[in-house]
Design a protein around this ligand. Structure first.
Ligand SMILES: Nc1ncnc2c1ncn2[C@@H]1O[C@H](COP(=O)(O)OP(=O)(O)OP(=O)(O)O)[C@@H](O)[C@H]1O
Length: 423
């Protein structure tokens, strides 16, 4: 049933649902739009409404061909409890859906998508805004003009919803597969976290799996800090060098968004016409617990490439948003408990993976159901991550240290939730 949002917009039908609310196809004075209406329980929170109002300028200010434009922020509504973002309507699937369909993308397409998103990030970073949740679900593909224009969406929304209340510093929220090591270590997320996440997406587009995914989220986080991405067989050298540089553990070693965009664009002619990489699915390494000991992991790396999602591992998917169950039809939201000692050490699920040679039969599907892949957000209490540090000695989370919200950007992003909000 059509519903009025603000005085100018009407919703018609649901386009999709996320953890924070529902996205509707709507109509406004300038034609069709997408309207993200926040969940009622969130919109009813006066503090949240205030934060959205405060960030109005940042939310509406980003304009770029590779960023989904937010045209209006509506706070109020007929019953006084709507928070809605009116966005440009993107006609096409999100990148997760596209990748699910294609399994792996040809290098040219993967590089072009990443270069586009990097150029959008460059503008956001120049404006002091860090996205902090770059992942395929937040990249929409506009197919209107026949091609695939990639647009980054959800700037700022997540951070506004999850900002710590009451000064709490209980844990981190994010999507483990794309989470930069410095976030795991409790450092304030700066622009380099977006580069790390975006290049993780690039790796995933080429490989069909992320470099450090698979198993329990605690194990994924540990790999982000300690392991090196496995080189993808057959990948053009220059492309691999860019990926390696942007997956550097030290944020300062990564390219900046503007550099990444131009390096990738320069590479486009060289990868034109190349087929998708001919690699098999990743399988768990027989070493099992190789990652539990950094020295052992180092030794193993020579023979067994680390990273990649296992065929049998499940990826925990945790809602970003505190409070009630997510407003989502997708069976993708799994609440996460704090990883126990063994999981954090990578034991129960193993850690290092190897990439199965093409053509070799696989034990299980490395392609998890769309539901399992869609949402891989993590909310871990500080206590849990500190336990990880104590256990492994190398996963340190400074939950009570610097304020991650102070990212120097002053703009939207994603992060901390207080303990009362931890799932
Ligand atoms: N501007 C848009 N134009 C067209 N469709 C959109 C637009 N924004 C979102 N959608 C659709 O709505 C779906 C839900 O979007 P939403 O941002 O709420 O969720 P999400 O990003 O998948 O999840 P979460 O917010 O929990 O990370 C998307 O998967 C997409 O299909």
């Amino acid at each position: 049933m059509a519903r009025n949002i603000g005085s100018h917009y009407t919703t018609h039908r649901v386009l999709g649902r996320g953890s924070a609310g529902t996205v509707w196809l709507g109509e406004g004075p300038e034609g069709p739009v997408a309207i993200k209406v926040l969940r009622e329980d969130l919109a009813a929170d006066p503090e949240l409404a205030e934060r959205f109002a405060h960030e109005r300028h940042a939310l509406l200010g980003l304009e770029h061909p590779h960023i989904v434009g937010v045209r209006e922020l509506i706070i109020g509504g007929p019953d006084g409890s709507d928070i809605a973002l009116v966005m440009d309507l993107v006609r096409g699937p999100d990148l997760r859906t596209h990748l699910d369909r294609e399994r792996r993308l040809a290098p040219h397409e993967a590089v072009a998508i990443t270069a586009g998103v990097a150029s959008g990030l460059a503008v956001a970073h120049a404006a002091g805004i860090v996205h902090r949740d770059v992942k395929p679900e937040n990249i929409l593909l506009d197919t209107a003009a026949g091609g695939h224009t990639a647009l980054l969406t959800d700037f700022g929304v997540a951070k506004l919803i999850d900002e710590p209340r009451h000064g709490g510093k209980g844990g981190v929220v994010g999507t483990p597969d794309y989470m930069a090591p410095e976030i795991v270590e409790g450092l304030p997320p700066r622009a380099a976290v977006d580069i790390y996440a975006l290049v993780t997406v690039l790796y995933e587009l080429l490989a069909g799996f992320t470099p450090f995914g698979g198993g329990h989220p605690g194990a994924v986080l540990r790999r982000q800090v300690t392991e090196k991405a496995a080189e993808l067989p057959g990948i053009p050298r220059e492309l691999w060098e860019i990926i390696q540089q942007c997956l550097a553990k030290a944020p300062a070693s990564r390219l900046r968004a503007v550099e990444l965009a131009s390096r990738l664009r320069e590479l486009l002619p060289a990868v034109e016409g190349l087929p998708p990489l001919d690699i098999g699915d990743p399988v768990p390494a027989t070493t099992g617990d190789a990652g539990a000991d950094p020295a052992a992991a180092d030794a193993d790396r020579a023979a067994v490439p680390a990273g990649a999602a296992s065929g049998t591992a499940t990826r925990a998917a945790v809602p970003l948003v505190r409070g009630a169950a997510p407003d989502s039809e997708r069976a993708t939201h799994t609440r996460m408990r704090v990883p126990d000692a063994e999981e954090l050490a990578g034991g129960a699920h193993g850690t290092a993976r190897t990439i199965r040679p093409a053509g070799q039969p696989r034990a299980g599907s490395a392609r998890h159901g769309a539901a399992a892949r869609r949402k891989r957000r993590l909310a871990v209490t500080a206590a849990g991550l500190l336990a990880a540090g104590a256990l492994g000695g190398w996963l340190l989370f400074g939950g009570g240290g610097e304020d991650p919200a102070d990212d120097g950007g002053g703009g939207p992003g994603v992060e901390e939730m207080d303990e009362s909000g931890a799932p």
